[in-house]
Design a binder for this molecule. Structure first.
Ligand SMILES: O=C(O)C1=C[C@@H](OP(=O)(O)O)[C@@H](O)[C@H](O)C1
Ligand SMILES: C=C(OP(=O)(O)O)C(=O)O
Length: 439
């Protein structure tokens, strides 16, 4: 397990109306996958817009440990000298995924197909997250993967397994599970098919196609065969919708706000929050929709608008799985009741996000009823107080947004983890108008 970091807290208070144009960092999901596929491609891939977050840097470091030369000639740029589909080398020690579930689960799939043994470790939060969801299908493909207690990290992977494709229907809708199976499928004999209970983000399928690997996919289905090769490309990473979401909600809540967020990825498997916020009354326009590096992007223009509570449609849950902490803040400030169901996955993220948000909001004076797979949130007036992020980046940023409308300041405990997905959030947020300071 990796060592915990020192504790940093924020004091989040009302600032000024949010204004201006703000570039949020690159997409985390795309950045992880770009490093992985570029590393096992033939030739040199340049990645622009790479997320300089702890999660994605951990992935790059892991491939360096497996013999891939990765240059960082400028911030947010990586030049990856691919070693080819069978060119990775045995690492000298355990591979540290830090806080990144995406890194660990996708790598589990990729490493099953290698000739060498490997071990995947993570920090305290990641070490508590479920891994059977990837180990079971990978074993069904012939992989030899074990966890220390049969469920949680560290993972040990024995090399040299003869993998074969499977036709797999996961129990949970998870892009990480789907991607682990597809990445193992690159090394498997025959066909690998994943049929999802609900469609999830499709970056692995799309990016494999861009790197020249034949993949058939449609929402909820992905199919490929082993035995091809990947060819280096240029990857342009869009701005991360999940990071933009904190500014979208803050600008919606703070009277007098109008912000522009350029070139944000609007892949429909990510933008469920937009549909929900609009149904609640938000004024968010996607301007100049265009394609950038094979992904749809748009400039998001957000103006303040009053919100009303809704029942969040369950079929949007997977399309906004990382946005529930900040949606809970929007719901707390809306008129009426917001009902979230079908979101039990939130309990096994970096923290139990249902419990973390319910407890924090209650301590700020909001009535929240927690259910097994969601919450019922009564809109009201946020008062100031002290909340614990539980070391979860998205919970921390959500309460920083809450501080912009709370009657008095909110102390958000333990926010260092924000650097995993949104380095520089506090500075960018302050520039936009947030009242937000470290303490
Ligand atoms: O594939 C990915 O890049 C991700 C998938 C989601 O996880 P699940 O697959 O566990 O839902 C999401 O929560 C995570 O932030 C990134
Ligand atoms: C759940 C998340 O990431 P991961 O699963 O990669 O840790 C997240 O970023 O909200």
């Amino acid at each position: 397990m990796t060592a915990p970091r020192g504790t940093v807290d924020w004091f989040a208070t009302r600032g000024t109306p949010l204004q201006g144009s703000h570039r949020v960092p690159g997409d985390k999901s795309v950045s992880h996958r770009a490093i992985m596929l570029a590393s096992i491609a033939d030739g040199t891939t340049t990645i622009d817009g790479f997320l300089e977050g702890e999660d994605t840097r951990a992935t790059a470091e892991i491939f360096r440990q497996m013999g891939v030369a990765i240059d960082a000639p400028a911030p947010s740029r990586r030049v990856v000298h691919g070693v080819g589909i069978d060119g990775l080398q045995a690492p000298r020690g355990p591979l540290d995924c830090g806080n990144a579930g995406t890194a660990m689960r996708l790598l589990a799939g990729l490493l099953c197909g290698q000739a060498f043994d490997s071990a995947l470790v993570g920090d305290r939060s990641l070490s508590a997250r479920p891994m059977q969801r990837v180990m079971e299908p990978l074993r069904a493909m012939g992989a030899r993967v074990e966890s220390h207690d049969g469920q949680r990290p560290p993972l040990r992977i024995r090399g040299g397994a003869a993998l074969h494709g499977i036709d797999f229907t996961p129990e949970v809708a998870s892009a990480q599970v789907k991607s682990a199976v597809l990445l193992a499928g690159l090394y498997g004999a025959g066909e690998t098919v994943v049929r999802e209970p609900r469609p999830t983000r499709d970056y692995t399928e799309r990016m494999l196609g861009q790197f020249g690997w034949p993949v058939e996919h449609s929402p909820g289905l992905a199919r490929l065969r082993g035995g091809h090769r990947l060819r280096a490309i240029h990857v342009q990473v869009p701005a991360d919708f999940s990071s933009a979401a904190f500014l979208v909600v803050a600008a919606t809540l703070v009277p007098g706000s109008e912000v522009l967020l350029p070139a944000v990825g609007i892949n429909p498997r990510r933008t469920g929050l937009l549909a929900v916020l609009r149904a609640m009354g938000a004024d968010v326009a996607a301007i100049d929709e265009r394609e950038q590096g094979g992904e749809s992007v748009a400039d998001l223009r957000v103006r303040h608008a009053p919100l009303s509570g809704i029942a969040v449609p369950e079929d949007l849950v997977a399309d906004m799985i990382d946005e529930f902490p900040v949606l809970a803040i929007a719901a707390a400030c809306a008129r009426g009741t917001t009902v979230i169901r079908g979101a039990a996955e939130l309990r096994v993220k970096e923290s139990d996000r249902i419990s973390a948000m319910a407890q924090g909001l209650r301590s700020l004076g909001i009535a929240v009823q927690e259910t097994l797979d969601g919450a019922v949130i009564e809109g009201g007036t946020l008062r100031g107080g002290r909340v614990d992020s539980r070391g979860d980046h998205r919970v921390a940023m959500a309460f920083a947004v809450g501080g912009q409308v709370a009657a008095s300041g909110i102390v958000v405990r333990d926010v260092a983890n924000v650097a995993t997905s949104f380095p520089g959030f506090d500075m960018l947020a302050r520039t936009a108008g947030f009242g937000l300071h470290a303490r």
